[in-house]
Design a protein around this ligand. Structure first.
Ligand code: SF4
Length: 210
């Protein structure tokens, strides 16, 4: 069996129906949650947004929020000054420029404060706008360990390689599977190599652990 086939089969075995672990009920809540998830965990974002969405349950409310109150709510995430500013600005721009409806084009979304390519990829994949592979720290680590990317590749290059490796129809699923595999199995510290079915083809396992 080919290497990529082995990887795909194992990802499908571990995560048959992978789900995004950020809690949201509205599209803009997902967008803001992904922006907030930079340099922190989804678990922590969910703890914070359970307070945030409860207190400000519309874009209009967020637009009119007291910035200091937002900072206090977002404090556990780190970088909270910036994240509070981005949250308020995203809401303000969607309300003022897009009549309160989150835009669904890359150009418009990337014009929102704090929203970059990775955030848009996650939103597109999760909302089924189009198949996408977002490269976060987990996807980067797993891709490099499994030799699907080179050690010197930046996130754009990794994304380009993964888009070639996997079928377009599966991009969003593979993205989620790689995130979950990196988060729970192929962890940065103490990856679970002994029980990993990919250890025979894993570059990291061969070079680091023997
Ligand atoms: S063998 Fe270890 S490093 Fe390689 S993919 Fe599996 S868990 Fe990750």
């Amino acid at each position: 069996m080919k290497r990529i086939e082995l990887i795909e089969n194992y990802l499908d075995e571990l995560f048959q129906d992978p789900k995004c672990e950020l809690n949201y009920s509205k599209d803009y809540e997902l967008l803001i949650s992904v922006m907030l998830s930079a340099q922190t965990t989804d678990k922590r974002v969910n703890e914070v947004t359970s307070v945030l969405w409860n207190r400000y349950n519309s874009l209009e409310d967020l637009k009119n929020a007291d910035l200091n109150d937002l900072k206090n709510i977002l404090r556990p995430l780190g970088n909270f000054n910036k994240k509070a500013f981005f949250t308020k600005e995203i809401a303000t721009m969607i309300v003022d420029k897009y009549n309160g409806v989150m835009p669904r084009t890359r150009k418009k979304l990337e014009s929102l404060p704090g929203v970059g390519r990775k955030t848009v990829n996650v939103v597109f994949a999760e909302l089924n706008i189009e198949p996408q592979i977002a490269v976060d720290t987990h996807v980067e680590r797993v891709s490099k360990r499994l030799d699907m990317a080179k050690s010197e590749d930046d996130v754009l290059e990794i994304e380009r390689r993964l888009r070639k490796i996997f079928k377009r129809i599966n991009w969003s699923k593979r993205h989620l599977q790689l995130v979950l595999f990196g988060r729970y199995y192929c962890k940065a510290i103490n990856p679970m190599c002994n029980e990993c079915k990919l250890k025979e083809i894993c570059k990291y396992n061969k070079t680091t652990r023997k």
